[in-house]
Ligand binder design. Structure first.
Ligand code: SAM
Length: 222
């Protein structure tokens, strides 16, 4: 794919999440109507499950630094801070997502621990290293995961958590249709494709978790 075509994919994804930021963050809210609760639990239940498994797999977080790539409204970053992480950098190229993240960090009293940056990964992070890095619900929108994962690996000392949406799963046809109608690119992965991507990115030692509509990879780097 040409550089222009990649930039076009990025622009479409960024605009999608800039418009969709409030609705996306509402998945994490506990106060909502019966219909919204049903859809979020049944259709998008993986979003909350990913958060729980990330914390479980990264514990102990006390004193750790974490990079969260495609952090969205910052929900993972807040949870890492609440579990003792002392520096969390959340990166997202949708400004509306970062606005929500900054507001919520203040509300929750974790704004000292959590720093948020607007920009495309990896360009927006240079010369920094972290104990852990995470990218959840992110590779769904990435044309070239290998270069992104390689960059994350370079910046990470201990563990990386990466989610990949399954290509074959009962919700896929409707999900594909929804994104196609909105004109937003969507990338889905088979088990084999995910294994190849990890191998090309130099990730060798990892746990493979079948989590609802995702494969969740917990990579051990030392
Ligand atoms: C589905 S949201 C997931 C947010 C968060 N990780 C979560 O699970 O709550 C995906 C996010 O990735 C961001 N994103 C996609 N590609 C990106 C890129 N190349 N650089 C930075 N952010 C990106 C989007 O703007 C969006 O907010």
């Amino acid at each position: 794919m040409s550089t222009e075509a990649v930039k076009e994919v990025e622009r479409k994804v960024r605009d999608h999440f800039d418009d969709d930021a409030e609705r996306f963050d509402s998945i994490y809210k506990t106060k909502k109507g019966i219909f919204a609760r049903f859809v979020d639990d049944y259709w998008r239940g993986v979003v909350q499950k990913r958060l729980e498994v990330n914390v479980e797999k990264l514990e102990p977080l006390t004193g750790k630094s974490v990079l969260d790539v495609g952090c969205g409204s910052g929900r993972f970053c807040f949870e890492f801070a609440k579990h003792g992480a002392t520096h969390i950098l959340g990166v997202d190229f949708a400004p509306a997502m970062i606005n929500i993240a900054n507001g919520l960090a203040k509300e929750m009293g974790v704004d000292k621990e959590c720093e948020f940056r607007v920009g495309a990964f990896p360009e927006v992070v240079t010369g920094e290293t972290f104990d852990y890095s995470t990218a959840n619900g992110f590779f769904d929108y990435i044309e070239n995961p290998v270069s992104i994962i390689s960059a994350m690996r370079e910046m990470t000392k201990e563990k990386m958590i990466l989610s990949f949406p399954k290509a074959f799963e009962w919700r896929v046809p409707v999900r594909r249709l929804r994104f196609w109608m909105k004109g937003t690119p969507l990338f889905l992965y088979t088990k084999k494709q995910t294994e190849n991507i990890l191998q090309k990115a130099g990730v060798e030692n990892y746990e493979w978790i079948n989590l609802d509509r995702d494969y969740l990879i917990v990579a051990h780097l030392k």
